[in-house]
Design a protein around this ligand. Structure first.
Ligand SMILES: [Zn+2]
Length: 126
């Protein structure tokens, strides 16, 4: 399950960051997920809860921020956000520049899966 291995690496990153900052408890995690990452948010949340169990991040409030697909046209350099719903291959095959209709575009956002923010209780002693 793609979501579960992703969840494990997210929690590992959170644990490392928490350790670096001398945190004693992680209370919140915000994750940005691009629409092209193919991650199911419910399954990811479920995986994160399991991965965080018995760790410093157990019980943290997890927020997922979906990132829309952003493209840049290679012909006219227009940047635009794609608001298309549907199967991934359909979305990908329909990506065109809204200004000049060129199909020669680069995807500049939408594949992300990053920890944007961590809320934690810091150990005052450090
Ligand atoms: Zn264009």
């Amino acid at each position: 399950m793609h979501e579960f291995s992703t969840a494990v690496s997210i929690i590992e990153a959170v644990k490392r960051a928490a350790k670096d900052y001398g945190a004693t408890k992680v209370t919140g995690i915000t994750i940005q997920i691009g629409k092209l990452s193919m991650l199911n948010h419910d399954q990811l949340l479920f995986g994160l809860e399991i991965a965080a169990k018995d760790s410093i991040a157990e019980g943290a409030k997890i927020t997922i921020e979906p990132l829309p697909i952003k493209i840049r046209c290679n012909r006219c350099a227009t940047k635009s956000i794609v608001n298309k719903e549907g199967a991934l291959y359909e979305v990908l095959s329909s990506l065109t520049c809204p200004k000049c209709k060129a199909r020669d575009i680069d995807i500049i956002q939408g594949r992300e899966c990053v920890v944007k923010d961590i809320q934690a209780v810091l150990d005052e002693e450090n």
